[in-house]
Write a protein that binds this ligand. Structure first.
Ligand code: ADP
Ligand code: ASP
Ligand code: MG
Length: 446
């Protein structure tokens, strides 16, 4: 069995949904199809729940009305027959009426999560109805019946496997199973989710749970590019990349993949293929266990980084000092991304600043604390087990004009991270693109 995940733009219009159906019906191979919400829907649903939080009931209802209208347009275009157009409209109306009732009655203390889950519930039901209209046999299964996270928001992989297997066994002749990405239940049985972009994670978790032979992530670009195409011109698609390199890139900002999404696939050695829904004949990117080449593979950047410098009051870094520092971050469940030390100081970066005030208060007795915000981590990923000198020289030559606040090098063979001002990010990504990839770009294009 294989898993195919389609992102928001892939199910964003009637035409793209038709394209998705073409892709999933091209082979006879049994498959689980994971769908995101129609693009823009999750953002709108979050906006609605933000209005509710602020008590702005009229604004919330207006947003519901606008979103509902966009679905009436979509269903009007997607279905061919009046019967199916009507069934789709009725389904959409039930969902939006449900949201309105929640807003008016405030009946649940989990309104946010219930509302944001409706995007994937809508898309999967509408696509399944379209398959039915197109005489393609498929079964819709609810992710809420098998996808569960524990109190630390970690998916329960064994439970997912235990629950999904009997569901699939109920109909062994079924070739197409449709389910929601992103949404899940928490340990209390309440509706929750796998965080923004989480449908990739759903696909990988299902792949691991059923022992899939391949996980395909279908999106709006020809696979993983060597640099962030939103900020850099002349990027190109990478044919093959290792799990370790791709995981570093996803964690450090390559939006094409949810940060955790490769972990289940890597642990179960299931290849992940990134493909373009709008250009299916393009090969895309294959992510596998083995690194295919040495040197730099790609660059990504993650914004919203805060640096914390602790300058010890003692001249020598005392034994046990770092342990005490880490314990503070552990207490406030705040992960550290980068760390560098000197004789008298240690600098750390975090992207979660929810508990920053409390952290700083507890760090104060250790030394003088300095905070820097609006920073970005630039991650250069590749296989650096050989020719390390060449890579570092090329990176620093490229970044001559840019001030680097921290460097992390040697933590793994797959990543060099640099901390810079977010203001310099676009310049840094472009300079690195020229410095590290100019030759490869020429090879790809001429
Ligand atoms: P989906 O809705 O299909 O999940 P996303 O918007 O989450 O799609 O991810 C695809 C987008 O990721 C691309 O359109 C592109 O702008 C962005 N992106 C950022 N970095 C990269 C990269 N290194 N390679 C490819 N795409 C990237
Ligand atoms: N719909 C969710 C989001 O927009 C999940 C996803 O698209 O992967 O974040
Ligand atoms: Mg995504």
């Amino acid at each position: 069995m294989i898993v195919l995940k389609f992102g928001g733009t892939s199910v964003g219009t009637a035409k793209s949904i038709q394209q998705v159906v073409e892709i999933i019906t091209q082979t006879e191979q049994p498959k689980i199809v994971v769908l995101s919400a129609v693009s823009g829907t999750t953002n709108s649903l979050i906006q609605i729940s933000n209005h509710i939080k602020k008590g702005e009931v009229d604004d919330a209802l207006l947003c519901v009305h606008q979103l509902h209208n966009s679905y009436l347009n979509l269903t009007g275009e997607l279905y061919k027959t009046p019967n199916y157009k009507e069934r789709a409209r009725a389904f959409v109306a039930t969902k939006f009426n449900g949201i309105k009732t929640l807003i008016e009655t405030k009946e649940s203390n989990n309104i946010d999560n219930i509302i944001v889950a409706q995007g994937e519930i809508l898309s999967t039901n509408l696509v399944q109805l379209f398959l039915e209209e197109s005489n393609v046999s498929s079964s819709l299964i609810s992710a809420l019946d098998f996808m569960e996270i524990d109190e630390n928001k970690e998916p329960k992989i064994n439970l997912i496997s235990k629950r999904i297997t009997p569901i699939l066994n109920q109909n062994l002749s079924q070739k197409i199973w449709i389910t929601q990405g992103f949404i899940c239940k928490n340990e209390l049985g309440e509706i929750s989710n796998l965080q923004r972009g989480g449908s990739d994670y759903t696909a990988s978790l299902i792949g691991a749970a059923i022992g899939a032979t391949e996980i395909q992530i279908w999106t709006d670009i020809d696979g993983m590019h060597n640099n962030d195409p939103r900020f850099v011109e002349n990027t190109f698609s990478i044919k093959e990349i290792s799990f370790d390199e791709a995981a570093e890139l996803a964690y450090f900002g390559a939006k094409i993949l949810h940060p955790q999404s490769l972990i289940p696939a890597k642990e179960n050695n299931i290849p992940v293929l990134l493909k373009n829904t709008f250009n299916p004949s393009s090969k895309g990117t294959i992510i596998k266990n083995k690194s295919v080449k040495s040197g730099v593979t790609a660059i990504a950047a993650k914004d919203g980084i805060t640096a914390i410098k602790i300058k010890s009051y003692r001249m020598l870094m005392a034994y046990g000092f770092l342990k005490k520092v880490f314990e503070v971050f552990e207490k406030y469940e705040t992960p550290i991304d980068m760390i560098t030390t000197s004789e008298v100081a240690v600098s750390l970066t975090v992207d979660n600043t929810l508990h920053l005030e409390k952290i700083v208060k507890e760090l104060n007795p250790f030394g003088k604390i300095e905070i820097n915000t609006n920073l970005s981590i630039v991650c250069v990923a590749g296989d650096f087990s050989q020719n390390k000198e060449g890579v570092s020289a090329a990176i620093f030559n490229s970044l001559k004009g840019i001030s680097i606040r921290m460097i992390s090098y040697g933590g793994s063979n797959y990543n060099v991270s640099l901390l810079i001002k977010t203001h310099d990010k676009t310049a840094a990504l472009n300079a690195l693109n020229i410095g590290l990839f100019a030759k490869q770009f020429e090879l790809q294009h001429y």
